[in-house]
Design a protein around this ligand. Structure first.
Ligand SMILES: O=C(O)CCC(=O)C(=O)O
Ligand SMILES: [Fe+2]
Length: 359
């Protein structure tokens, strides 16, 4: 059997370095190709903000409110695939520490950051994800991507050590806090779907957690570039925290791109392709992307939460019957990632991965 190719990325200049010199216009490599946008949707200038569904974990755990809140969760996952979560119980110190360390990391000198640069054959480290050809359009985003849980998957060579001070400790604590939240929310998602919530909690307790820290520097022509292009996440679920109050995340809702306004003390939860498959399409992994702005750096921290490697990725049997046939293929964990990474190397056909997992 061929070994699983985790992909690699061609090194490109960092955006922070690019904007360190005065810049009136954007280099051609970053100008978005509007025709290649998928799916096509309302153009950029029409973007507006909306209030995402708002869920409260404190209510989900409270027997007095649970039933109503579960219904809200079900509607949010079905109609949006993305929601704001408050009452999640992640200590403020943990969030603040990670936000601070993320900003401090991107503020290091290029030489200091490049100590942790991605290497061929690995997506981990500092750089840009999935740059596979020299003429590919580039995104207006610097990032550092690290596997955090289980701890034996960590590649510490990519983990900033002396600077920023205590970065590693902050990420250790933060990733465990995110796992705790993910396990709780996945239990409620399973409950809302009528599945065994204990099983799902266990599967995510033993799951993998990858953290991507994004920095979107200011751009002189923000409407002509994209921070992260439209995609649906490969994860089970994704937890995103914003390091400030600058909007950037956009979600495709009813054929329009809408901004998600960060809320204080909240986090954004979205369904990934794995849970779309498990729910047999009842819940949707939303297309989303990141826009950039003219004035200020925006930082976000994204935790991709995956089930345990032993978990087969397929529509839950409880949701399949003669009136509701499986709409998605079944994969082992290995097959799922293999089919994704094989595609990113070949995907010039414009078909997004999510469409290839459907029957
Ligand atoms: O930074 C954001 O708002 C979006 C990031 C994202 O979608 C990702 O890293 O997968
Ligand atoms: Fe994403």
């Amino acid at each position: 059997m061929a070994t699983l190719n985790l992909g690699s990325s061609i090194p490109v200049p960092s955006i922070k370095e690019l904007v360190a010199q005065p810049l009136d216009t954007v280099p051609l490599r970053y100008i978005r190709d509007l025709d290649a946008d998928y799916p096509t949707a309302a153009a950029f200038p029409g973007d507006s903000s909306v209030q995402l569904p708002l869920l409260d974990m404190a209510k989900l755990v409270d027997p007095q409110y649970q039933e109503i809140e579960l219904q809200k969760l079900h509607d949010a996952c079905k109609n949006w695939g993305i929601f704001q979560l408050i009452g999640h119980g992640v200590p403020d110190e943990s969030l603040k520490a990670m936000h601070k360390k993320t900003q401090e990391f991107f503020d290091l000198s290029p030489e200091d950051k490049n100590q942790y640069a991605q290497k061929p054959g690995s997506l981990e480290g500092y750089g840009q994800a999935f740059v596979i050809s020299e003429d590919q359009k580039l995104e207006w985003c610097d990032m550092i991507f690290l596997k955090a849980i289980p701890t034996h998957t960590r590649k510490l060579e990519f983990w900033p050590e002396e600077q920023p001070r205590n970065f590693r400790e902050a990420l250790h604590v933060y990733s465990h806090d995110m796992r705790k939240t993910a396990v709780s929310i996945i239990g409620f998602i399973a409950m809302a779907l009528g599945l065994d919530f204990k099983d799902f909690r266990e599967v995510f307790e033993g799951g993998n957690y990858d953290v991507r820290m994004n920095c979107y520097p200011p751009c002189p022509e923000p409407e002509r570039v994209i921070g992260i292009s439209s995609h649906a996440d490969l994860s089970g679920i994704t937890l995103l925290t914003d390091c400030g109050d600058i909007p950037g995340l956009q979600v495709l809702k009813d054929g329009r791109w809408v901004f998600v306004e960060p809320i204080t003390d909240g986090m954004v939860v979205n369904i990934g392709i794995i849970m779309e498959i498990v729910s047999n399409g009842v819940y949707k992994a939303p297309y989303h992307r990141a826009a950039v702005n003219r004035h200020k750096d925006r930082f976000s921290i994204v935790t991709f939460c995956y089930p345990s490697k032993k978990f087969d990725i397929k529509p839950a049997k409880e949701l399949i019957n003669p009136d509701s046939l499986a709409l998605y293929k079944s994969f082992t964990n290995d097959e799922y990632f293999r089919s994704f990474y094989e595609r990113t190397e070949l995907s010039d056909d414009g078909v997004p991965f999510i469409d290839t997992v459907k029957i």
